[in-house]
Every structure is written in C-alpha cells, then in structure tokens.
Design a binder for this molecule. Structure first.
Ligand code: SF4
Ligand code: SF4
Length: 276
C-alpha cells in the first residue's frame, strides 16, 4: 500500500461515500434514477426500503404529528444501522456538512489560527442542550423544530434541488469554524451530531488504542475532531467508548506506530491486556 493511500485511506473512502450518496440523490431528482430517492430526512432505496432520520422522526412525535408506518420503519432501520457501526459514522461518512467543516478545520490548521485561538472556552455539551431544546420547541410549536432551520438539510437539499438562501447558512458555519471556534458546529453545536453521539454510545465498532505501541507523537489528537475522546492515548490500552467519536478513522490512518485500530467492542471490559 502506498504511503499516501495508507495515510488517507479512510478520508478518501469517506469522501467517495459522501459524494456518491449525493450523486445518487441528485440523479434521482435530475434523471429519475431509482437507487436512492428523497433527502436525508426521508429516503427510499430501490423503490422499496424506507430510510428515515430518527431524530427528525422523534421531533415529529414531540410535535404531535401523525407518523406514517414507512417513516417509523425507516427510522428503525437507520437506528439499528448506526447502533451497530457507530452513531456518528453518519457525521463522517454521510453528512455533507462534514466536508465543509473538515475544510474549515484544514484551513484553520494551515493558517495557524488554531495556535492563536485554541484556548477559547466553549463546552462541547452545548449540542445536548440544543438537542433538548429542539424537542421542547417541537412540542410547543407543533412542528419538527430543528428541521425548519437545519443547515444540513439546507445544504443537502440545495445540492440536490438547487441552492437558494442555504449558501448563507453554510457560509456562516464555515466562517464560524474557521475564525471563531475549532470544530465549532459539528463538535459543539449540531444537535443531530449530539443525537447520533447518544445513539453511538453502545455501538459495536470502536477505535482501540494500544498504549505499548504508542510513541506519544500525538498526531492522532491533532487530527481528531473530538480529541477529548482520545484521553487514553499514551496512558492506557483502551477502546474509545465515547459516543462522540465519529469513527472517521483519521486517528487510525495517521498513526505510524499502529497504536490505533478499529475493533469490535469488548462489552465485558474495556481494559486491554499488555502485549495485545
Ligand atoms: S455534527 Fe451535524 S453537521 Fe456535523 S457532520 Fe454530524 S450531523 Fe453533520
Ligand atoms: S477518535 Fe479517531 S475515529 Fe474517533 S473521531 Fe477521533 S480521529 Fe475520528
């Protein structure tokens, strides 16, 4: 394997997956393809299998709306899928906003804005407050509240059906991440990411760190969009159990010591034996 591909293998696969999904959605709208129709809230695969965003479906419930059976089935399929592979795999492998925020993070690093503003105080728990607020607002307003203002939907629908005012919301998030707060939107504010973090707490696929192989270069923490989940690096051999890990694989591919790898969750205990 060439060192370039080894270093970027998950990033390349993620971009191919994200762009391919967008092409399929676009093709359904522009040329009548039947592979993947709809949008990120509700889709249909091959005219048969429904897929729905469980967070949007729960907001509909809170709003007191009637939820159609295929919406419920679709939400269940998506919930099970991400429960197995990791909740926030949605973020790093599917969500189109991830390409925007990753680009902002890349530029931030290149322009060395990180080093100037890394001390900025902000809690990553804000996304859970916004998540709770979205359900309360849905209850009182009688509509799926976040869906009305979701920049993710604006971007996704904009790419498929044509971009209107949605560019402004995307630009605000890009500039916010670039100049105001590192990983500001996805790592602090997005309630959909927060929802998938909760869903992914008990997922099967986990990154595992081997302390005995680690040379403390800290490259993993530099590239990780949720670096707090890698608290064990260099200290203990553990699986990353925090639901905020996006299973993006960046830490795995940048680690030249093979100290990080994907693994199946050890439900019986998280401590790895020495030499494993
Ligand atoms: S945190 Fe939100 S915007 Fe970011 S990738 Fe996840 S769902 Fe998309
Ligand atoms: S721990 Fe690794 S896989 Fe998880 S978010 Fe960080 S870089 Fe991505």
């Amino acid at each position: 394997m060439s060192s370039f591909f080894k270093h970027y293998r998950f990033l390349l696969l993620r971009r191919i997956t994200q762009v391919s999904l967008l092409v399929l959605y676009f093709g359904a709208n522009a040329w009548g393809w039947h592979v993947l129709q709809g949008n990120l809230s509700s889709s249909l695969v091959l005219d048969t299998i429904p897929l729905s965003d469980p967070y949007a479906t729960l907001q509909l419930f809170a709003a007191g709306g009637l939820v159609a059976t295929n919406l419920l089935v679709g939400a269940l399929i998506i919930t099970l899928f991400y429960f197995v592979i990791g909740g926030r795999a949605f973020c790093s492998w599917v969500c189109p906003m991830n390409m925007v925020t990753d680009f902002a993070a890349f530029l931030r690093e290149k322009l060395e804005i990180n080093r100037i503003q890394d001390k900025q105080p902000a809690t990553r728990k804000m996304r859970y407050w916004i998540l709770g607020l979205s359900f309360i607002l849905s209850l009182f307003l009688g509509v799926a509240a976040f869906e009305f203002v979701s920049p993710i939907s604006m971007l996704h629908r904009g790419i498929i059906f044509g971009m209107g005012f949605g560019w402004a919301a995307v630009a605000v998030i890009f500039l916010f991440d670039l100049f105001v707060l590192k990983n500001g939107w996805c790592g602090h504010l997005c309630p959909l990411g927060g929802f998938y973090s909760l869903l992914g707490r008990y997922s099967f696929i986990r990154v595992r760190h081997s302390e005995e192989k680690c040379t403390l270069c800290m490259k993993c923490k530099q590239v990780c969009p949720e670096h707090q989940v890698l608290f064990m690096v260099g200290k203990e051999s553990l699986q990353v159990l925090d639901g905020e890990c996006t299973n993006c694989g960046r830490c795995v591919e940048v680690c030249e010591d093979d100290a990080l790898n994907f693994s199946i969750r050890n439900y019986l205990g998280n401590t790895q034996s020495k030499g494993e």
